[in-house]
Design a protein around this ligand. Structure first.
Ligand SMILES: [Zn+2]
Length: 427
């Protein structure tokens, strides 16, 4: 257990939603005690959002605040910033991640190991934080979001950190480490976590002289998997984009079609660039999911009488095709061809008439084609979302770093064994 093993480390836990396992019993300093002390000792910094009120004319702070707000103002307007990211998305990069520098990364790995030893590995969104002082290390968390209350895990981190910093005489060599599984969000009903954290880091620096480091594992972008920017990109759209040269000719083609609403130029370009640079995914992605539902219409080929005579013929053919799904990656055309070959080579039981066999083969091919089209469009949407989220975080950090270099570092945590090539490191 790390509390006894590493005497410098203290953990502080405050029951939130579900009690963090073990920690509450082991607290060396209870948060309540600290908070009580904070309430009685607090003399200034009444309004934590106005750092300049606390620094007695230190001119660095108001200037910093102003330039930071200016620098990040476009990120407060989601629509504008989404367009900005889309414009960058068409210039695909092999890796758009920004990593923490080595020494900070090592610290995060060390803390992560301690937390994982104590609480177990966790894949879903959660956050924890550490205040590193000369004489001790205070760890708090993990905290989980409570979406019903509209509370993100970073909200709790900010509150706890604020309280801890205000409850003690802070020395300038203290460091705050904020871990969050997904990078802090950039869009939600209230102020997004990323902006809150950057603002707080600025405040903690100007009020307490404390540096902040934010490390994450996955790029969440604006709203992560709930990003719906690409939801209208179906196979017809992808097909139309693939067959046209530029946005103008695409719009003309889309307008002629009955079921296509033309996409804006940025979206068009993003899809176009993606199509040029990725290969079709293996269809084994379909396995274990909803693939059988694509073949439902095959049951309609048989009349009621025929269904009685050959009750299993459709299911047997569908089951037999499952083997195709687990085969290796291929192009979209190769995937279609595989379905065609399967249908024409398939051996029915001898009682099934030639006419029914032909209808079944045709129906199978149509269903297979629909599945391949849907799955390839789904892949495109997922890839676009992933790239978009990654690029969003990258662009945000690049903007933020321009005026927060002194006191804030944000980046993805690099775990040992990851490919170190094609990475960017914040300096
Ligand atoms: Zn958030």
């Amino acid at each position: 257990m790390f509390l006894s093993r590493l005497s410098r480390k203290h953990s502080l836990f405050h029951g939130h939603e579900k009690e963090p396992p073990l920690y509450t019993k082991k607290c060396l300093v209870s948060l309540k005690t600290l908070l009580d002390r904070y309430q009685s000792d607090r003399t200034n910094c009444v309004h934590p959002f106005i750092p300049e009120s606390c620094v007695n004319g230190d001119t660095k702070s108001p200037t910093d605040t102003k330039s930071l707000l200016e620098q990040l103002s476009c990120w407060a307007d989601t629509q504008t910033s989404v367009q900005k990211v889309l414009e960058h998305l068409k210039f695909r990069q092999a890796n758009a991640d920004i990593f923490l520098n080595d020494s900070i990364n090592r610290k995060f790995l060390e803390f992560h190991r301690d937390i994982t030893e104590e609480c177990g590995a966790e894949d879903k969104q959660h956050s924890w934080a550490v205040i590193e002082k000369q004489e001790e290390i205070v760890m708090y968390g993990p905290y989980y979001p409570n979406y019903i209350k509209g509370e993100h895990s970073e909200d709790i981190i900010i509150k706890q950190t604020q309280e801890l910093l205000e409850s003690d005489v802070v020395s300038e060599d203290w460091k705050v480490y904020v871990f969050t599984m997904n990078s802090p969000c950039l869009a939600r009903n209230t102020a997004p976590c990323m902006l809150n954290l950057v603002q707080k880091a600025q405040e903690w620096w100007s009020v307490h002289g404390v540096r902040t480091h934010i490390g994450y594992v996955k790029c969440w972008g604006f709203k992560g998997t709930k990003e719906n920017l690409f939801r209208n990109i179906n196979h017809s759209q992808v097909d139309c984009i693939a067959q046209t040269e530029d946005h103008e000719s695409y719009v003309k083609a889309a307008e002629k079609s009955t079921d296509l609403n033309p996409l804006c130029e940025n979206l068009f370009s993003s899809v176009k660039h993606l199509l040029r640079s990725v290969s079709f995914p293996s269809m084994n992605l379909v396995q274990g999911q909803d693939w059988k539902s694509y073949f439902k219409s095959m049951h309609g080929v048989l009349s009621e009488d025929e269904k009685t005579i050959f009750p299993q013929v459709v299911n047997t053919m569908i089951e037999a095709s499952q083997g195709l799904l687990s085969e290796k990656s291929e192009s979209f055309e190769e995937c279609l061809e595989k379905g065609r070959a399967f249908a024409s080579d398939y051996t029915f039981s001898p009682q099934v008439s030639d006419a029914i066999q032909d209808q079944m083969r045709l129906a199978f091919q149509q269903c297979w084609k629909q599945m391949a089209q849907d799955k390839s469009a789904e892949f495109i949407r997922e890839k676009l979302t992933e790239d978009f989220n990654q690029r969003t975080v990258q662009l945000f950090i690049k903007d933020a770093v321009k005026c927060t270099k002194q006191y804030l570092q944000i980046g993805r945590i690099r775990f040992s064994g990851e490919d170190l090539q094609a990475t960017q490191v914040v300096r």
